[in-house]
Design a protein around this ligand. Structure first.
Ligand code: NAG
Ligand code: NAG
Ligand code: NAG
Ligand code: NAG
Length: 512
């Protein structure tokens, strides 16, 4: 199957990069899709040779999982991939379970000893596990990804997967019969970690849900407001230039000559057809995407985001250059982003090409994108629109990317019933089912969030319950706490990790 090959290649590239020069093979530029870059939102950093050494205590397995947890007459099952490692386990210790999110999992989170979860495991004598989310990676619950099959893809099913997995491990591994289980996750799976504790307090003792958007929202206008603020926080002069750049693009779009300039500036494969509204919006996604992705991950100790794809190095370095025109600055940001990601071709702005790609019902190259966009259409929304009265005009116009554009994609990809009324109903249901930010009916959850990460706007940032512990980290991006310690870590990040360790320690000790 094509996907398997693709995933293997992806992992091989990450490992190969340690030992060999970067590959020069051209990749097609793919925009961040609903906040999800290639590979998933929780990044898997490039490993050092030492990190890549996998201990023989790391074991992979296939768990026989129930296809439909909400229909007790259904007997279908599938193989769910998982990994575990007992190298830090001490008798009587807890079990830590990393929940996979919207991308492939691997042995990474249970084998690299310089990660938040594995360091906490060493402190607590924990056995560590990682399960892959259904429909992502090599966990194929169904024969294909048709809409009929995708009905089995939901966060609620994924949470029941985790519960079934824990129940089974408690019997299969006698040392864990009475262990306290703690769920971990980042981004979407950070929300899942908290929700799993909420839904299964009888199995899950506590949760650490990093950068989890626990509030679902159709029109996620705050996303670009944070992007604006985060760039401004680094440099107001840079921010002014970025705003000027987007507004220059907006005015050039109005004339044939201007569109010709834009085609060259952004190295587009196609002409911008001004009479095709979808094509123009898809072009806008191409312009926004590097700024969104850079701000979402800036400074994370995760590959190129640590020092290269940062706000100051990948955006402001170009925008603060007094020798270049505004279009040159926009071009340079785009080129640098493409170079760092090894996207060497022209930028494809064919809207129909994107829809056709997403309509592929096999577990092919679009697998994760098709699965993630399905979850946004049927559960979360999270549509990063330009509708904010603050950020919209700043970024060239409130109409550039309305939520309706993303909802129309739901309809175009999955069918007529996935329309705006359905998306709104689905999002309301999700907030009712989990309680949203304000009614999380649980405790013993830690919720780290970085305040320059656009996703933090949908996280839970304060709480009156002393056992729901938000940890807002000054100046960090998406999932920053989860990665290994680095010399680049700010004092705020170091303190946040310490808080997380202390609170978890207190909870685990109370239970004994
Ligand atoms: C299935 O679930 C229904 C409703 O929850 C319950 O009434 C019924 O007894 C269950 N059947 C089996 C076979 O467990
Ligand atoms: C902007 O970011 C750079 C690199 O991360 C940092 O050195 C600089 O101090 C930041 N400036 C401000 C004002 O935060
Ligand atoms: C608490 O969180 C809400 C929602 O995220 C936010 O609007 C509010 O400003 C926060 N309050 C404080 C005191 O930080
Ligand atoms: C956040 O970090 C910045 C830069 O280090 C600092 O100026 C500011 O005071 C910090 N804010 C808080 C609330 O600690």
């Amino acid at each position: 199957m094509a996907t398997k090959l693709f995933v293997v290649l992806l992992l091989a590239c990450l490992l190969a990069e340690i030992l060999a020069a970067p590959s020069t093979e051209a990749k097609v530029r793919r925009n961040m899709i609903r906040g999800r870059p290639r590979g998933g939102m929780k990044k898997q950093p490039i490993m050092t040779e030492a990190d890549a050494h996998i201990s023989e205590t790391v074991v992979s397995g296939l768990f026989t999982q129930t296809l439909d947890h909400f229909d007790n007459t259904s007997t279908s099952t599938f193989n769910q991939r998982y990994w575990h490692n007992n190298q830090w386990f001490k008798t009587g210790g807890p079990a830590f379970l990393m929940l996979g999110g919207e991308g492939p999992e691997s042995s990474y989170w249970v084998s690299n000893s310089n990660l938040e979860m594995t360091k906490l495991a060493a402190q607590q004598g924990a056995w560590v596990f990682d399960i892959e989310h259904r429909f992502y990676g090599n966990t194929y619950p169904t024969q294909d990804m048709s809409v009929t099959s995708l009905k089995y893809l939901s966060s609620a099913q994924a949470i029941e997967d985790a519960a079934a997995f824990i129940r089974a491990m408690k019997t299969q591994i006698p040392e864990l019969a009475n262990a306290q289980w703690v769920t971990f996750g980042g981004s979407y799976s950070g929300a899942l970690a908290a929700w799993a504790r909420e839904k299964h307090p009888e199995l899950i003792f506590a949760a650490v849900g990093s950068s989890g958007p626990v509030q679902a929202e159709v029109d996620f206008v705050e996303y670009l407001e944070v992007v604006k603020n985060s760039i401004s926080r680094n440099s107001t002069a840079c921010a002014d230039s970025v705003s000027n750049g987007f507004n220059t693009v907006a005015s050039l779009l109005k004339t044939a000559d201007g569109r010709k300039q834009l085609k060259s500036t952004f190295h587009l494969c196609q002409e911008i057809n001004i009479n095709d509204d979808k094509a123009v919006k898809y072009f806008w996604e191409t312009v926004y995407s590097p700024y969104m992705e850079i701000v979402q991950y800036t400074g994370d100790a995760a590959g190129a985001f640590a020092t290269q794809l940062t706000i100051s190095n990948a955006i402001c370095k170009y925008h603060l250059n007094t020798q270049t025109t505004i279009l040159q600055k926009m071009k340079q940001v785009n080129n640098y982003f493409n170079l760092e990601n090894e996207y060497f071709g022209c930028n494809d702005i064919s809207y129909q090409g994107f829809i056709d790609f997403m309509k592929d019902e096999t577990f092919g190259e679009a697998q994760s994108d098709r699965a993630w966009v399905w979850q946004t259409c049927t559960e979360f929304g999270y549509y990063q629109s330009t509708a904010s009265p603050i950020a919209g005009p700043w970024f060239g116009g409130v109409q550039n990317l309305p939520a309706q554009y993303y909802i129309d994609e739901c309809t175009a990809i999955y069918g007529a019933q996935y329309n705006s009324a359905e998306v709104q109903t689905a999002v309301d249901y999700t907030n009712k089912y989990y309680g949203g930010r304000d009614q999380l009916n649980t405790d013993r959850i830690l919720l780290p969030n970085g305040d320059i990460d656009p996703w933090h706007a949908l996280g839970k940032l304060n709480s009156t319950n002393p056992n729901i512990v938000p940890v807002v980290i000054n100046g960090t991006a998406h999932c920053a706490d989860m990665y290994g310690t680095s010399t680049l870590d700010s004092v705020y990040l170091t303190q946040a990790r310490q808080t997380i360790a202390n609170v978890l320690d207190k909870w685990l000790k109370q239970s004994n």
